[in-house]
Design a protein around this ligand. Sequence first.
Ligand code: PEP
Ligand code: MN
Length: 338
Amino acid sequence: MLIVMHHTATDEQIRTVTRAVEAMGLRAEPIPGSERTAIGVLGNQGYVDDTSIRDLPGIREVIHVSKPYKLVSRDFHPESSVVEAGGVRFGDGQPPVIIAGPCSIESEAQMLAAASLVKAAGAGMLRGGAFKPRTGPHSFQGLGIEGLRYLRQAGDSVDLPVITEVMRIEQLDTVCQYADVLQIGARNMQNFDLLKEAGKAGHPILLKRGMSATIEEFLSAAEYLLAEGNPRIILCERGIRTFERTTRNTLDLSVVPLIRELSHLPIVVDPSHATGRRTLVRPMAKAALVVGAHGIMVEVHPDPDQALCDGAQSLTGSDFACLMQDLQDLQKVIGCTV
Ligand code: PEP
Ligand code: MN
């Protein structure tokens, strides 16, 4: 339930409503807006009987929200959020943020090379995985803490903030020490214990859509993070599993405008994992910006044919520079700045 106060409502009236909600055993979350305050009601299992509340002074409207996610929804938060993460801003009215780098951190030299080529082409954030969620146990699992050091060093060498995946609760403290932004991957989107602890960590988080997650499940996962008091959440569409095997996943581009309708959170698109094919990354990255993505996450490797992970979908430095040029040209047409 959402209680919208009149723009003339006094602080005392807001406090009275908050107390009345709490007296019903529910949580009241004041949401100040530019024109008026709303009070989000959380903790109810089903429909809330509002008879003891709806006539209190200062209330303009009581809206019953039936969605399972509330804090992420536009019902609770009509204005789009701009999320600051590692010194860059994701959201409406901001230039799209291009996050680029290798799938996995493989060595100091590889990371430094990747950092300098993505920076030279204009990326705004450096990526690289130190803890890798691999399908098989015999595949390269990532360099762990050693990798985190290379990532931080490479980011600092070109003055780019860094993002990396955290897979387990026990890794949270260490990853927070090295990374500006935490990534929660597709396979962990519904690891609810990880979501709860990551939400408490205070770092901005990029949450990737699970490969078989519905929009409702995706937004409910983000709700876990917001429910822990962390408002700095960026959503990421990275393709879903369908019957089609020619591409690694199927990029569900319609979620970009859909999520922009349903939620105030920024959303970026990862065309690398969505397609699994280098040649498709550039067109789908452009398409993502056209439909309103607030950024792109793309895998770039100094030598993709030698990559220990996801080489087939990784761009070379020159591919990436061409993509960035395309995105610059596109902004002249769609009116956003890369
Ligand atoms: C990644 O971005 O490194 C990754 C593993 O992606 P996803 O979780 O989307 O598969
Ligand atoms: Mn990858």
